[in-house]
Ligand binder design. Structure first.
Ligand SMILES: Cc1cc2nc3c(=O)[nH]c(=O)nc-3n(C[C@H](O)[C@H](O)[C@H](O)COP(=O)(O)OP(=O)(O)OC[C@H]3O[C@@H](n4cnc5c(N)ncnc54)[C@H](O)[C@@H]3O)c2cc1C
Length: 383
């Protein structure tokens, strides 16, 4: 493993860090408190190249790799993980879905706007009756007069109802396989298509300024050419996207874990109790040491998985392990940082309080941590 960053990677991470400190940090609390999706900040991140960083230049992207995207997500998540997940879901599950599985025509038609505007692409897999068990998809699609007709519902879909949302990739049952299992395909539904209803945003425990909604499809018709990738390959496609998504969610978790260290360390050096700085107590020092260690190993884990993916090596196990490890690190660090802040740690005005609320979803999204353990066990040959 060689995690020394190249000058390009360092420069990009520094540019994102600078943007986050100047533009995101001052408004983050207000957006969180008011449940405001930060359209302007997302646009500006688009101008910085973050949404197109992994897309080839011919589609308006920067031609970079997963490491660059992860570095950006890590920097954003130190301060605002709602914004970080907007990027993570928009790029890894959305834009890259179009890039990896789209035809030439689909790429040319959709990617340039996605890379630059940015136009957000949502990824609609989870259903009211099927999250972890994604093969239990109930949404159905059939071909009629050259169109896909979609009926069903999705829930908890990130980026599905923002002003910048352009497309929704939906998985649906399109038939039955020879072995009797459902044939699942992915279909692209542009925002505003008749028959698609985008529900109201959920009231969430955290990620308050990210957009998460239910979707309803009732006789929703899109052209037959909106099929993404070959018919019946939707299941395999989303498993591949989720592997990448897990690495990027681990980068987000590592960013949050480090953000907790930064905040708690600064506080421990300035807050006084019993006539001295709380950071002079060994109990606090040990907490900070453990937090730093967790942030460090979370960072190593996602970067190792990303490096394997970029090198074309198998990385399924590493994707599951880094997601599991980094999300646990973020949860532990958010809990410890909140404790170090005492009563102020329970106030939403402090960043650590927001990290604490936001950390829980990291154990649930992109496959719960139980699912990650199942994948790791499967990788060891256990049925
Ligand atoms: C804020 C937010 C944003 C999201 N964004 C998206 C999105 O953009 N697109 C999308 O498609 N989905 C999205 N999701 C959905 C998310 O991926 C699912 O919630 C998650 O995969 C879990 O599915 P579930 O909620 O149906 O839980 P369930 O699958 O019902 O699981 C419930 C519990 O049972 C456990 N469990 C299930 N099966 C087993 C087993 N075999 N062994 C042991 N334990 C098991 C789970 O680990 C969990 O603890 C989002 C969710 C949230 C909350």
């Amino acid at each position: 493993m060689d995690f020394r960053l190249t000058p390009d990677q360092r420069d990009f991470a520094a540019a994102v860090r600078d943007f986050v400190n100047k533009e995101v940090r001052p408004v983050s609390e207000q957006n969180y408190e008011n449940h405001t999706f930060p359209t302007d900040l997302v646009r500006k991140l688009g101008e910085l190249g973050v949404f197109g960083v992994t897309l080839p230049e011919e589609y308006g992207g920067a031609g970079g790799d997963m490491m660059l995207l992860g570095l950006a997500i890590e920097e954003i998540a130190k301060v605002d993980s709602s914004l970080a997940v907007t990027v993570e879901a928009g790029v890894t599950l959305g834009a890259e879905g179009i890039y990896h599985f789209g035809t030439d025509d689909q790429r040319k038609k959709w990617l340039p706007r996605i890379a630059t505007q940015p136009g957000l692409v949502a990824f609609g897999l989870t259903e009211p009756e099927g999250g972890s068990d994604a093969g239990a998809t109930k949404t159905r699609a059939r071909v009629e007069n050259g169109e896909w007709v979609i009926d069903g519902a999705k829930c908890f879909i990130t980026n599905s109802g923002t002003d910048l949302t352009e497309l929704i990739i939906v998985t649906a049952v399109t038939g039955e396989r020879p072995d009797g299992r459902p044939e699942i395909s992915a279909i692209v539904v542009p925002k505003g298509t008749p028959g698609l209803t985008v529900g109201k945003p959920y009231s969430k425990v955290g990620w308050n300024s990210s957009d998460t909604r239910p979707l309803f499809f009732d006789n929703c018709r899109v052209p037959e050419e909106n099929l993404l990738g070959p018919r019946g390959k939707g299941f395999a496609q989303f498993l591949q996207l989720l592997d990448n998504g897990r690495i990027m969610l681990a980068a987000l978790s590592a960013g949050m874990a480090q953000g907790c260290v930064d905040e708690a360390l600064a506080y421990a050096k300035t807050r006084k109790a019993f006539g001295r700085y709380i950071g002079e107590n060994q109990a606090i020092q040990f907490q900070l040491a453990d937090m730093k260690l967790r942030a460090y190993t979370a960072r190593l884990a996602w970067r190792d998985a990303a490096e394997r993916a970029i090198a074309g090596k198998p990385y399924k196990d590493e994707a599951a392990m880094c997601k599991l490890h980094a999300s646990d690190a973020a949860v532990e660090n958010a809990r410890a940082a909140t404790q170090i802040f005492g009563g102020y740690g329970f106030m939403n005005e402090t960043l650590v309080a927001r990290h604490w609320r936001d950390s829980k979803i990291l154990e649930i999204g992109e496959g719960t941590n139980e699912v990650q353990r199942m994948l790791i066990a499967r990788g060891m040959g256990l049925k």
